[in-house]
Design a protein around this ligand. Structure first.
Ligand SMILES: *[C@@H]1O[C@H](CO)[C@@H](O)[C@H](O)[C@H]1NC(C)=O
Ligand SMILES: *[C@@H]1O[C@H](CO)[C@@H](O)[C@H](O)[C@H]1NC(C)=O
Length: 490
């Protein structure tokens, strides 16, 4: 596709036939780099070619006919870590209620997809823990299983979120199983033999020795315990970042074939035997090793048809998801983790939402939903100490929604669960970083959403042509993510 950055004369030459009508029911909202727009209502686009004046123009097309339908949206949100829950719970009841309304309801972003940490992650205060530590002694029957204070608080937070957003989908991911299930015996601190003691690695690959069954039952007990507290777990991954083994925080290395066999022979059957319909998503790591999730989908096909991707590959390439979709047309995909540091560019969260959506992701999750003002609490032994949340919790019973919150809300609020992403053309970023990226959806109520990332440091005049035969035009502020909501096509 070729970007059209035309002059007025160039636009006139395109020869728009439709008369300009007043678009009483279109709407536009923007959040920008300067921060003076924060989900702010701005001048709505008009039907027809509009009046670009002296502004540079840009042209997009969207296919809002059935031929243009791509993936269906599940939702957007953040990771509910221990840092999130402990800092949220320092707020007074009324302030917490207000915050949760801004996150989960039409008062704000209407997030509908959350990931949460099963036991400690790097964004937990000391000490590390799982739901069955048992003083480090092996507990194959899981008699000592308990959520503990932090697990209980997390389940209660997720249950409250679900009560505010009935469409909420929750993904759970462990950073490590209990230490006694591992060959090195510890949750963190030792990268030697940082593997599950599961028989696939120790016993000729049969999986039948060690703690494969206990590992599977750990997920069953966790899902049941959360469910009992009103927190439905819709999906799990069996290990966060299975190719990442570090000593400073909970991690565990899991080979691709090992992950596949654990799911196919243990975790999948255990969930089914317990009548749990929790999905199992593959991988949960970077886009540079697509053969890993391919192995899991191929070898654990009875239980897995969904892939979770992270953003941390060097020069992240979201077209990996489109390639994966081409070879696995029925697979669902999600971007399940990308950090939002205070040092990030104004459009960092917009980029990691836009790119996956343009390439078949059904949802996007930031790391993390919330922290205190020191980007924590986090483990003193290592892990991320600059992972700012989408919201930071002040000590004096207040909170601040960060730029990344507004960037994600520009998608989340206007692309509800069930929205269908539409094919389109016209997105282009020049090598210097300026340009326009866009993604559109057809929403369950028939309205159409167009999210536009204007990377130019000047306003542009945008015109969107729909395959159904309409044209909508309007101003898009400089360095903004602007969302147009167009009425249902006539
Ligand atoms: C999307 O549009 C492009 C360009 O018009 C086209 O080549 C492609 O086949 C379309 N894809 C889908 C899924 O409709
Ligand atoms: C790490 O774990 C291995 C067991 O696999 C053990 O031999 C080694 O002593 C441990 N290292 C430390 C520093 O604890």
């Amino acid at each position: 596709m070729i970007p059209l950055l035309t002059t007025i004369a160039g636009l006139a030459a395109l020869g728009h036939a439709s008369p300009e009508k007043r678009a009483t029911d279109a709407a536009a909202h923007a959040s920008n780099s300067a921060g003076n727009y924060q989900l702010s209502s701005i001048t709505a686009p008009v039907q027809g070619a509009g009046s670009p004046g002296s502004e540079s123009t840009w042209k997009l097309t969207i296919d809002d006919t059935s031929a243009g339908h791509k993936q269906t949206i599940t939702g957007f949100g953040g990771a509910v870590t221990d840092a999130t829950v402990t800092s949220f719970n320092t707020l007074s009841r009324s302030t917490l209620q207000q915050l949760l309304n801004e996150l989960m309801t039409a008062d704000g972003a209407q997030f509908a997809l959350m990931r949460h940490t099963i036991g400690a992650s790097d964004l937990s205060g000391d000490p590390v823990y799982t739901y069955d530590d048992n003083g480090g002694e092996a507990d194959p029957s899981l008699a000592g299983f308990n959520l503990g204070d932090r697990g209980n608080a997390m389940a209660e937070m997720l249950a409250t979120m679900k009560s505010l957003q009935s469409d909420l989908t929750v993904l759970g991911s462990p950073w490590s199983p209990p230490g006694w299930m591992k060959l090195n015996g510890v949750i963190d601190g030792n990268t030697t033999d940082n593997n599950l003691n599961d028989g696939y690695l120790t016993s000729g690959g049969t999986g039948s020795t060690g703690y494969s069954s206990a590992f599977a039952q750990y997920f069953v007990k966790y899902i049941q315990a959360y469910e009992a507290l009103g927190a439905t777990i819709d999906a799990i991954t069996i290990q966060n970042e299975p190719l990442n083994s570090q000593s400073g925080y909970p991690t565990m290395y899991v080979f691709d074939y090992e992950s596949a066999q654990l799911i196919q022979n243990y975790v999948g059957p255990a969930l089914a035997d317990a009548n749990l319909n929790t999905q199992i998503w593959a991988y949960d790591h970077n886009t540079n090793e697509p053969s890993y999730p391919q192995t899991v989908l191929t070898q654990a096909s009875k239980y897995v048809d969904t892939v979770a991707w992270h953003c941390y590959a060097r020069d992240v390439d979201w077209t990996v998801l489109s390639s994966f979709q081409a070879t696995n047309p029925s697979a669902k995909q999600y971007m399940t983790e990308c950090w939002t540091p205070a040092s990030g560019s104004w459009h960092q969260a917009a980029d990691f939402t836009m790119g996956p959506l343009q390439n078949y992701a059904s949802g996007v999750i930031a790391w993390t939903l919330g922290t205190n003002t020191a980007d924590g609490p986090h483990l003193s032994s290592g892990g991320c100490d600059t992972c700012q949340g989408l919201v930071t919790i002040d000590s004096a019973d207040g909170y601040t929604l960060t730029p990344a919150y507004y960037m994600m809300a520009q998608f989340s609020k206007f692309m509800p669960p069930g929205a269908i992403v539409l094919n389109g053309t016209g997105s282009y970023t020049y090598s210097g970083g300026q340009g326009v990226q866009s993604v559109a959806s057809l929403n369950p109520d028939g309205t159409r959403t167009v999210v536009i990332e204007n990377l130019f440091s000047k306003d542009i005049y945008l015109s969107v042509e729909t395959e159904s035969g309409e044209e909508w035009s309007g101003n898009v502020p400089s360095e903004s993510v602007t969302t147009w909501v167009l009425p249902a096509s006539a």
